[in-house]
Design a protein around this ligand. Sequence first.
Ligand code: ZN
Length: 133
Amino acid sequence: MQESITVSTSKSQEMIDITAKVSSMVKKSGIKDGLCNVYAMHATAAIVINENADTNICLDTIDALNKLVEKGIWRHDKLDGNADAHIKATILGPSETIPVKAGKLQLGTWQGIMLFELDGPRKRSIAVTVLGD
Ligand code: ZN
């Protein structure tokens, strides 16, 4: 089963927890054992799995990426000024695959699935594919 989720982001950079949306799609698929792939169909957004309890983790991760990748010094900036967002998206990657067991996403206690907006605000499309028995 494959369906897409649309998320409207509200900041230039933010992490949005989409775990509940992905979980409901796994439930809807009826698949008990298999894999769930969550894929951001964008060049300046990413999908990551990390803690969703302390929101400071999201802010710290954004700060760390901004320290790692400088803004405004890249060739692509001459075109549309968002090279840093492309580079950060490349580092983080567009997708995550989560095991599904007994109809549930096998996430750890502190793990959540996040859409990582790197050049917002924008409307983002995420493909969720659930495979298995
Ligand atoms: Zn660009």
